[in-house]
Write a protein that binds this ligand. Structure first.
Ligand code: NDP
Length: 295
């Protein structure tokens, strides 16, 4: 039987609607909209597109978007000075510094300078630590989006065997922590994992966050497993065209899995929706307002 297609685009649209409602309530309560500052250093075309779409999504949700575009030659001290000014700005609830940064700037030093209460990307070690010990944290957007899709599809995840392929700080590690928090039995696989197909075959839940086009094959998947494909890979598609594929060989895996996210239209749209959600959550928490249901 063919797998159910997990429609991340539709789920993200619903979440953005709930965020817009929450932003309107925040405005009514406080007299201002939640504010997200996005900082872009340099002219990287992909980053520029991301920053523009984040700003647009913010405005569509009734939130204030503050964009800072800095020259490629910006120094680390200049960037940290801007981050500190944004930390001190009472109208800024979330700060996102678009990665990657030019080579003269150390990502870690910049992330460490962000006020953890405004760290809507969830990359600050304080938020990573809070997630690890099970305290309230701002959680990286992509893995939190994956968890939302999984819970929507499967309900209670407790006791499920989950395999996360990839151990980056942005996706793999926080994904594993979130699944552990849902009482899954979690395995984190990576480039040194022995017999990866056999490891993946144990899983009720597979999250692939590798960056290798169509690496996960049908015969790696346990029949009935739920597959979340985080990968975004552009491959040649003939006649000098390209197309996007995930880390999972979609067509063949969809014949074995019970549910699967497509690429595009699965995890991708969740990332910005969760960024907006994290900004409203950060705004309410900073002002000591209660949490919103449904976010
Ligand atoms: P990284 O390159 O930081 O991490 C990749 C991980 O995959 C590493 O842990 C690496 O292992 C592991 N890996 C690499 N090759 C293999 C292999 N042959 N077998 C097993 N594991 C392997 O990538 P990210 O986590 O940042 O991103 C992963 C993918 O997700 C990319 O395609 C990226 O484009 C996509 N992505 C999508 C987002 C979205 O919004 N949908 C957001 C963020 C990322 P090791 O640590 O041992 O090197």
């Amino acid at each position: 039987m063919a797998a159910a297609v997990i429609d991340g685009k539709a789920f993200a649209q619903g979440l953005r609607g709930r965020v817009a409602d929450a932003a309107a309530r925040f405005q009514a309560e406080t007299g201002r909209a939640p504010g997200l500052a996005v900082v872009l250093v340099g002219e990287d075309p992909a980053s520029s597109v991301y920053v523009r779409s984040k700003g647009k999504a913010c405005q569509e949700a009734g939130m204030t978007s503050i964009e800072h575009r800095l020259a490629e030659t910006t120094t680390q001290a200049e960037l940290i000075a801007l981050v500190e000014a944004l930390n001190a700005d009472p109208n800024v609830d979330g700060i996102l510094v678009q990665l990657p940064l030019p080579k003269q700037i150390d990502d870690k030093a910049v992330i460490a300078a962000i006020d953890p209460a405004k760290d809507v990307d969830g990359f600050h070690v304080v938020n990573a630590g809070r997630l690890a010990v099970g305290e309230d944290a701002l959680v990286p957007c992509t893995p939190l989006g994956c968890l939302m899709l999984l819970k929507d599809q499967m309900g209670d995840l407790s006791g499920k065997d989950a395999v996360v392929i990839g151990r980056s700080n942005i996706v793999g590690k926080p994904m594993a922590q979130l699944l552990l928090g849902e009482s899954c039995t979690v395995t984190i696989a990576h480039s040194r994992t022995k017999d990866l197909p056999a490891v993946v075959r144990r899983a009720d839940i597979v999250v692939a966050a590798v960056g290798r086009p169509e690496m996960v094959k049908a015969d790696w998947i346990k029949p009935g497993a739920v597959v979340i494909d985080v990968g975004i890979n552009r491959i040649e598609a003939g006649e000098s065209k390209t197309r996007l594929v995930g880390d999972v060989a979609y067509d063949e895996a969809a014949a074995i899995a019970s549910a699967i996210t497509p690429v595009p239209g699965g995890v991708g749209p969740m990332t910005i929706a969760v960024l907006l959600r994290n900004t409203v959550v950060a705004a309410r928490a900073r002002l000591g307002l209660g949490a919103e249901a449904g976010l």
